[in-house]
Design a protein. Structure first.
Length: 273
C-alpha cells in the first residue's frame, strides 16, 4: 500500500494540466492549486510579466519555493507550471508526499492550445511555435520516465481520463491522508454547551461546599458561644453561692454575737441582784 498526501500534475505547457486538474479536484472533492496562479497572486502580476521583471533564475527559484510549500498540503490536486522541466532532485523530493502524474500530449495538440492565447506563456517563442514545442517535448521526456503515472491527453474525454486515474490508484493500492476537517458550527456549539454545563456543575459544587462550610462555621460559632455562656453562667452561679455563703456566715456571726451579748447581759443582771 502506498500512502500519499496529494496529487501533483507535471508536464509541458499546453499539455492540459490545469483543465484536467480542476476536474479531478472536483471529482475527489479536493482543493485545486495552480502554481502559476499562486505566483501571480504573490507578485501581483501575470506570469509573463513576472518572468520579464525578475528573470529566469529568480523565476525558477520563486516557482520552486511555491512548489515546496504547496506539496505539504493534504488532499490537493496541484498543477505545476510547465515553463521548465522539473529537475530530478526536485521530483524525488516531491514523490515523498505526492503521487506524481505526468501529463503529456502530441505536438500538434500542444501547438493548437498554445496558439489560442498568444503572449500568455513567458518562455514560448511565438515566432516559431512548432519548433519550440518540439524541443520542449524532447526536454520533458526524461522527466516523464520518473513519474508514478503518465497520462496522454491528446484525444479522449476528461471523464475517461479521470476514470483511468482512479483505476491506477486501485491497482497500485494508493491511499491519501485526509486533512483535518474544520469543526462545524453545530459541533462548536455542542462543545460550548458541554463546557458551559460542566462549568455550571462545578460552580454548583463550589456553592454547595461554601454553604456547608458557612453552616459548619455558624454551628461551631454557636456551639462556642453556648459553651462560653454556660461557663459564664456556672461561674456566676458559683459566685452567687459564694456570696450567699459569705452573707450567711456574717449573719451567723452577728447572731451568735448578739446571743452572747444577751446572755452576758442577763448574767450580769443576776449578779447584781
Amino acid at each position: 500500500m502506498i500512502v500519499k498526501r496529494n496529487i501533483i500534475l507535471i508536464g509541458s505547457m499546453g499539455s492540459g494540466k490545469s483543465h484536467f486538474g480542476r476536474n479531478l479536484a472536483d471529482l475527489k472533492g479536493w482543493q485545486f492549486v495552480d502554481t502559476d496562479r499562486v505566483l501571480e497572486g504573490r507578485f501581483g502580476l501575470p506570469i509573463a510579466e513576472i518572468f520579464k521583471k525578475i528573470g529566469e533564475k529568480a523565476f525558477r527559484r520563486a516557482e520552486l519555493d511555491v512548489l515546496k510549500k504547496v506539496s505539504l498540503y493534504h488532499e490537493a490536486v496541484i498543477s505545476v507550471g510547465g515553463n521548465f522541466p522539473i529537475e530530478q532532485r526536485t521530483l524525488r523530493s516531491l514523490k515523498k508526499f505526492s503521487f506524481i502524474i505526468g501529463i503529456r500530449a502530441a505536438q500538434y495538440r500542444i501547438v493548437s492550445r498554445v496558439n489560442r492565447r498568444v503572449g500568455k506563456r513567458p518562455t514560448m517563442d511565438y515566432t516559431n511555435v512548432s519548433a519550440f514545442v518540439h524541443n520542449m517535448i524532447q526536454s520533458w521526456k526524461p522527466v516523464y520516465k520518473q513519474c508514478d503515472y503518465v497520462l496522454d491527453t491528446t484525444n479522449g474525454r476528461t471523464y475517461d481520463f479521470m476514470k483511468a486515474i482512479e483505476q491506477q490508484f486501485e491497482a497500485l493500492e494508493v491511499q491519501f491522508k485526509t486533512r483535518r476537517q474544520p469543526k462545524s458550527t453545530e459541533t462548536v456549539d455542542q462543545h460550548k454547551l458541554v463546557r458551559t454545563e460542566q462549568d455550571n456543575e462545578r460552580q454548583s459544587v463550589k456553592q454547595i461546599k461554601l454553604v456547608k462550610q458557612t453552616r459548619l462555621f455558624k454551628e461551631t460559632k454557636s456551639s462556642t458561644q453556648r459553651t462560653t455562656v454556660s461557663k459564664e453562667m456556672r461561674a456566676g452561679t458559683k459566685q452567687q453561692k459564694g456570696c450567699r455563703h459569705e452573707k450567711n456566715s456574717t449573719t451567723n456571726k452577728r447572731w451568735r454575737r448578739t446571743r452572747n451579748e444577751r446572755s452576758h447581759s442577763g448574767h450580769h443582771k443576776k449578779s447584781n441582784t
